[in-house]
Design a protein around this ligand. Sequence first.
Ligand code: N01
Length: 540
Amino acid sequence: MDIEAPGETYDAVIVGAGFSGLYMLHKLRGMGLSARIYEAGTGVGGTWYWNRYPGARVDIESQEYSYSFSPELDEEWIWSERYATQPELLRYLNHVADRFDLRADIQLQTRVAAAHFDEGSNRWAITTNRAETITARHCIMATGCLSVMNEPAFPGADSFEGPSWHTGRWPREGVDFKGQRVAVIGTGSSAIQSIPHIAAEAAHVTIFQRTPNFSVPAHNGPIDPAVAKDWADNRAVRRAEARETGFGIRGVGQTERLAGEASADEQRAAYEERWAIGGFALLGAFADITADLSANQTAVDFVGSKIRSIVKDPVTAEKLTPRTFPIGSKRLCVDTGYYDTFNRDNVSLVDLVDEPIEAIVPTGVRTASATYEADAIVYAIGFDAMTGALGKIDIQGRGGATLRDAWAAGPRTYLGLMVAGFPNLFVVTGPGSPSVLCNMAVAIEQHVEWISDCIAWMGQRQLGTIEATDAAQDEWVAHVNEVAEPTIFPLANSWYMGANVPGKPRVFMPYIGGFPVYRDKCNEVAANGYEGFTVSSDAR
Ligand code: N01
């Protein structure tokens, strides 16, 4: 494709102004390069711009879920709660945009529709929904892992007479549920966080559950002053500790002990201790919970006993108890009062295993057994995760080959960073990298720094292109599968597997080998002159 009458031209175009895009822009500008972000929203913040549903908050402790690249930023920003709310996170990201003076290079309300690589000029032509075409040497997809909604494909959805919302596209002005009968479809993290808030306000909430989920208490509250002081005094050390853990999170507190080495009483005591800490700590109680099914079952049984102790109606408790997948094989939910909510008089649970949804009707939700009247519907049905955002853009690499075709049987990348046949196209936290199995803040910083180092290396050598070789990519994809295969992760119908979107290939997408192993591999590749990549000189 020849680029005719190109508009603006940059060293790099960045797609998305969330955690990844903001840091990427800051980094490239610091290298003296020209870069511009194109962002569909009316503001910066990515996930934290879109997901405004009631109760939305991070499930990793606030200090850990933040940038580490600027000690000054770290020192001046004081988090108010153990798990920051969506408004606080959005304020933080806006502060970052202002503090580093990023806004001049961010174009909002602009959706990137296409990105085509031009082999004549070794540049990307990026087309937006405003019919602009921008050219850039590098195209960096900072499009997020959970940014494209799983659309409600229920028959009759358009016939519903009341309002309906997807948790991932919540209205900025909020929703008043007072006096409303609300149907909530889905019981993932978004539902589990929002249901207690909706139930506190609405006349009645009917929850439609297809698969019960595991949830652990957040024990959220104001940040413990002792924790805040420790963090302030030892920030660099604590950050470094997090980067040496498999999931990039200190709070898991992984032990070396195996579940089988503990008696039943000791197991119970370990889980009780972790339950009292809250959050992901439960999964760190034994080293083999996510590796061994019998170890995993001990944690499954413990959470089941907790559900039965909280939920007063035994039939409801039974329906809420997960039995069909290992704990941790879907992202563990972290809640505030979720199970308790089922003790309220204005909350009822519909088990879709017994009575599947047949249709949305003008007055509510019809299942195989009954019609449940509702004034409003909340779709908490998740995302087309990890590949959804890239699939929405018409991305064409060498020879006009499309990314959609290249990934038809599931995503293929080298290190989750680049795709063979798509030179100078970088993906931040792409499939094949730890991404969603890691503290995203840690994963994003590592990727942004690797990408900027790579671009700097190319600049020093006056290289025109870099791209992954097929061989390196094949080997990496095989490795990603090989490390996932013996774990519990492929056993669930999770969004990690693409199983929540009808027709999506069933492939375990993130890299489960652990963040430190992955980072060391990326560093080694770079140190060896970008092993597994081919480059071309910049003859133009
Ligand atoms: O989405 P989900 P989410 N009919 O895919 C159900 C992050 N996050 O938005 O399990 C009926 O987890 C589906 O049922 P099933 C976090 O990483 C973080 O809640 O497929 N039901 C499931 O119950 C999280 O994992 C936070 O059988 C249908 C639910 O909808 C990720 O985002 C907060 C259905 C979807 O759950 C996604 O979470 C929120 C259908 N046709 C999100 N289709 C934090 O705490 C789907 N479902 C930081």
